[in-house]
Design a protein around this ligand. Sequence first.
Ligand code: SAH
Length: 355
Amino acid sequence: MFGGSANAKTNLKNLTFGEQSSLIKKLGEPAFRARQISKWLYVKRCCDIEKMTNLSKSLRDKLSEKYCADGLVTVEKMKSEDRVIKYIFGLSDGLYAVETVYIPEEKRGTVCLSTQVGCRFACLFCATGRQGFKRNLTLGEILNQIVEVQNDPEAGTVTHVVIMGMGEPLDNFDVVVEALTIMNSKDGFGIGKRRITLSTVGLAPEIRRLGELDLDVNLAVSLHSADDEIRSRLLSVNKKYPVSELMKACREFPLKPQRKITMEIVLFDGVNDSPTDAKKLIKALHGVRAKVNLIRLNRVESCSLIPSPADKMADFKERLLTARIPVTIRKSRGGDIRAACGQLGKTPPTPVKIP
Ligand code: SAH
């Protein structure tokens, strides 16, 4: 089971599919009840066992003795000028809050999920890292972010998920893998594998473990620089897993035909945006099935790094394209409500009290 709750009851959303089935068996109920329950939890996004009306009253009563299906408490909701919605959700321990972002586009609706409160990796340019690490999110807390966004009439349909919010997903490995399974399953949220992207700071051993599971979701790697000295300054994790080791794990990562790993590169003025930096990147990506996503730096407090100017970014892009590396430039949205990449976690700075 993945995580408990301050509410003495266990949230059914903290149970894996297998655990939900075992529970139903233990209660002496027929096996199909487990599927009925998962339908309520993820398809109908029901947060109250009492409302699961195709379960017998006696089963609902039995379940309610020890279990609940609670959602998250919305502490604050903000809308940006460009229609991005940021939610601050209170967690059941009453101590912490987590941020989730909904990004509407013409033909898709993307939810950006958090997997930890805070983060251990303290990347120089990321607000979440400055918070320090508080705790892992439970399976239910990760899934409930989708439930709450999808139950908000102001948000559109969730068609895509990016695991790029607060925290390092591969540092909460087992829980995140279960969450991915439920997101993708027809008995879960039914979101296609190609519509789910997990972004990692570059934990080489966990990238390998993920590859062995053959989950087939999109992988994005926060590379930022192919030069060990520069990357170590930006991301201290590089001292543990330097570029060569990270690229080896990426080269060996199993990919279906036509699929590529996304290498995320935030360009910083005068740090990693020169023609030499582009050249080093092209060399490091040799033999890696990769596309590059160039990202404009979103400013975070007490970080003196400056975004690379548009002309340097364009030049960097051209150099990669000339080397036949596909490149996209990430549109930054939600900056006015601090919902853009790297800005999550500044609010609230201290533990919140849930009303
Ligand atoms: N821990 C994971 C996921 C969270 S960060 C990771 O490191 O990938 C999600 C993405 O936002 C990463 O590509 C990260 O490098 C990028 N990012 C972090 N801070 C940023 C900032 N200030 N401006 C732009 N992108 C940022």
